[in-house]
Design a protein around this ligand. Sequence first.
Ligand SMILES: *Cc1c(COP(=O)(O)O)cnc(C)c1O
Length: 373
Amino acid sequence: MVDLITQYEKIKPEIDSAIQGVISKAQFIKGPEVVEFEKELASYLGVKHVIGVANGTDALQIALMALGLKPGDEVITPSFTYIATVEVVALLNLKPVFVEVDKETFTMDISKVEAAITPKTKAIVPVHLYGQSVDMEPLLAIAKKHHLPVIEDNAQAIGGTYTFSDGSKKKTGSMSDIACTSFFPSKNLGCYGDGGAMMTDNDELALKIRMIANHGQSKQYYHDVVGCNSRLDSIQAAVLRVKLRQLDNYCIARRKVADYYNAAFAQHPHIITPKTVDYSYNVFHQYTLQLIDTDRDALKKSLEEAGIPSMIYYPIPAHKQKMFDEIGASFGDLSTTDWLTERVLSLPIHTEMQEEQLKYITDNVLKFYKNYL
Ligand SMILES: *Cc1c(COP(=O)(O)O)cnc(C)c1O
């Protein structure tokens, strides 16, 4: 699904010397690379504070902790997401309230959010799924009206942009009270292990986040609140500094792949290609098709036989996961989520794809349908 080896080979001298620099100075934890990376990412995203943490899941957990949510508080989030978004809600004994997604964009259906708000609602967690920005302007208006904080899960859309109705633009991961991202190797900005970051413009929240991520410590050996140990290490930060300089080019490369796929599958009676919306500069963490009246497993298998990987993100939506059997999640109609879960298929997309590869993949998909019909 990704080719991180070819990607590395193109930036090998810079990466190798960055890693070597950390090792030769033995500044593994909280070194200058982390500080510099946090500054550079803050400037890239246009936010005041970036705080490196150990992974994207920790980022989401610490965000909920920093907002002071209490057991039983409700958190509005989609069910159609990677489990981490929702798992941390349950882990903190908060109650997930799942809202439906839009069938065409795969992201939170904003028209369904207000109905999910109750007196117990304490936060909204939109997910920029597959690289597509959530429609943030109406969501932020609802959040403001109800005095609710918003936490963006930007693990899949770093480098993406949202355009407001007045034409102004903001990066995904810069529009909410706290935004979270992951640097898992296959993410759009990936490191060479685990890593994550949190973004905020709020000085007070930034301090609180740093404290929680560091054992609740206000000064050395003074622990004011219960926190955790969640750090971005210096080697990962050094790698990320090199790769951040490539991020815009990586996004362009992904969008070219998406253009190729879109053209190849346009007007196909069984294939719905990802919808382009004016407000979102989609950075295609995944390229995800909806397959209509198709034996998805058969297509997946026929691609596999031709040496082509494909993935179902995600085969079981959060509201149907066994982990929610015991703790009470709350939700209404999630028929679109269920509908999508049964029909989505993601094709390989990454920064190093060649036209021959794309032709081979699209030819094989189209051939499957020719034989199938
Ligand atoms: C990857 C991902 C996460 C979790 O990030 P990790 O670094 O793997 O912990 C959270 N939310 C979404 C939507 C993701 O894709």
